[in-house]
Design a protein around this ligand. Structure first.
Ligand SMILES: NC(=O)C1=CN([C@@H]2O[C@H](COP(=O)(O)OP(=O)(O)OC[C@H]3O[C@@H](n4cnc5c(N)ncnc54)[C@H](O)[C@@H]3O)[C@@H](O)[C@H]2O)[C@@H](O)CC1
Ligand SMILES: [K+]
Length: 496
């Protein structure tokens, strides 16, 4: 993703939480208009840094405090000698409170304020100050038409706080949204800037804390935390005397006929993720190829539940599902997994069989659905999952009493108690076959080395995404198996 440098804060808020934070700051003695002024200075600085030589600004202003920020930016631009105008959507005479004061300040600075009309030209850099965290429901007219024309104009856009039309809670486009080149968000990071459709609308993301009191910020509830290297539980350093028996024995179960590769990738990933031992329970036809490709992995042909039961007792972690299929073979193997009292990762067809009611999920699991699997697990459509990914991840974790990794851009990791992490790393090049199998194997390896399910899932998601970024950045085709070496490299850099 183009945004999310390492220096952004970790806490992610929904709209209500960020409003509560605004209110706390105001109650603690910083007037709202003072915050608005700081917001405007931050926007103006960001604008000049990004477009230093333009000299022309059009501010599109709505009727709330987001517009107030915009009016004050216009005042600053005018005082700096830039050519600036405000196009007011709706009647600017109806502005109230701080926003009205900001409008008056712009007027006092000589900024022309015109009522927006379809033929008003959008000149220079456009500051989107139409709608912020106060947006409720689908964008109404004439705002929707303003946004459509803005997007069609090709003008460079700096969005104030959040691109207008994007839901601050879910990143859903509420009918229509501004496509920004740069978004400067204020006081706290809204989760809607990172999830759902947001990565395609936000552009570069910058953050201004408006000098908010750190103690007050720390006391504010948040909905999720961003995954970042510094915030992750890393593997403990290995003692010199360590032996393979202490590093986990991961058993990968899968590879129905025609789907051998998925299980192999999971096994390879478990190996490269540092598991002491890796076993593979698969169809007999696949053994020779598996041994040739991964000689370190102990491959066993399993034809029945009893064979798997005998084999599986030696393993400390199970990774079940890659290429498992949904036939009788897969179902019988999964019924064994369901009674094993060890940490497990359930992926792919294991989840489809779970939906079909073939088995129930054992305790201590991590499930790793993509949006389609998540939708089936929740009994809703995929669009509904994508419309509010944080809510879907939390609901899956709660309903199945498990750690849930909801894959896709902005992968989320949730636990049943409501702890939610978001990964804003990764790359579109990762939308390919086998990437999920690598993630499942890596989570298994980290569980085997002693990390708790939430920590193992979070670290694996982050390593997987960072590895994808590193490889995509080198500009060659990304194959899932390439990722294993890059993940190993990242782990070495961190623990080395
Ligand atoms: N003191 C504060 O609370 C601060 C707020 N700030 C800014 O204020 C923003 C929040 O301000 P507000 O709460 O006034 O809200 P907004 O300015 O985001 O939006 C409120 C306006 O949008 C209209 N609206 C709501 N839903 C709509 C829809 N579906 N279609 C069309 N119009 C719709 C409302 O009628 C109202 O006029 C933040 O995003 C941020 O930019 C900053 O100035 C920093 C300080
Ligand atoms: K906006």
């Amino acid at each position: 993703m183009p945004h999310s440098p390492d220096n952004l804060p970790l806490a992610l808020y929904n709209a209500d939480q960020v409003r509560a934070l605004d209110a706390r700051l105001i109650a603690a003695g910083t007037p709202g208009f003072e915050l608005m002024g700081r917001a405007a200075h931050a926007v103006w600085r960001a604008l000049r840094r990004r477009w230093p030589d333009t000299g022309v600004v059009t501010v599109l202003a709505g009727r709330g405090n987001n517009a107030g920020d915009g009016y004050l930016v216009a005042a600053l631009a005018s005082r700096a000698g830039w050519q600036v105008k405000v196009l007011a959507v709706g009647d600017s005479a109806q502005l109230r409170g701080d926003a009205a004061r900001a409008r008056d300040e712009a007027q006092g600075a000589g900024v022309p304020i015109q009522a927006w009309s379809e033929c008003a030209p959008l000149e220079g850099v456009v500051v989107d100050a139409l709608l912020g965290t106060g947006l409720r429901g689908a964008v109404r007219e004439p705002y929707a038409q303003v946004i459509r024309l803005l997007n069609a104009s090709g003008a460079p856009v700096l969005a104030v706080d959040i691109p207008s039309g994007l839901c601050a809670d879910s990143g859903r486009v509420l009918g229509v949204a501004v496509r920004a080149q740069l978004t400067l968000t204020l006081i706290g990071l809204k989760i809607g800037l990172f999830t759902g459709a947001a990565p395609d609308w936000v552009g570069e993301l910058q953050f201004a804390d408006l000098q908010a009191d750190r103690q007050l910020v720390a006391e504010q509830d948040f909905i999720a935390r961003r995954l970042a290297a510094g915030s992750l539980a890393w593997l403990p350093r290995r003692p010199c005397t360590v032996h393979k028996g202490q590093l986990g024995h991961v058993l990968v179960v899968g590879g129905e006929r025609g789907m051998a590769g998925a299980a192999l990738l999971a096994a390879q990933s478990a190996l490269r993720g540092g598991a002491g031992l890796v076993s593979l329970a698969t169809r007999g036809e696949h053994l020779a190829a598996a041994q040739a490709r991964l000689p370190e992995v102990m491959g066993t042909a399993v034809a029945s539940a009893n064979q798997l039961l005998a084999l599986g007792k030696a393993a400390s972690v199970w990774v079940v599902g890659p290429g498992l299929g949904q036939g009788a073979w897969g179902r019988s193997l999964l019924s064994v997994a369901a009674i094993m009292p060890v940490p497990q990762v359930w992926d792919a067809d294991a989840l489809n069989l779970l939906v079909a009611g073939a088995v129930s999920l054992p305790a201590g699991c991590v499930i790793t659905p993509h949006p389609g699997e998540a939708a089936r697990l929740l009994g809703v459509g995929t669009a509904e999952v994508q419309a509010d990914r944080p809510a879907a991840a939390l609901e899956l974790a709660r309903r199945y009493r498990t750690v849930c990794v909801l894959k896709g851009a902005g992968t989320l990791v949730a636990d049943p108690e409501g702890d939610l992490r978001l990964c804003d790393r990764g790359h579109p090049a990762m939308a390919g076959a086998g990437l999920g199998d690598v993630l499942a194997g890596l989570i298994g390896a980290l569980l085997g080395q002693g990390l708790a399910p939430m920590a193992a899932a979070s670290l694996a998601v982050w390593l997987h995404a960072r590895a994808g970024e590193v490889l995509a950045g080198q500009g060659y085709g990304l194959a899932a198996s390439d990722l294993c070496a890059a993940i190993r490299q990242l782990m070495q850099e961190q623990n080395g």
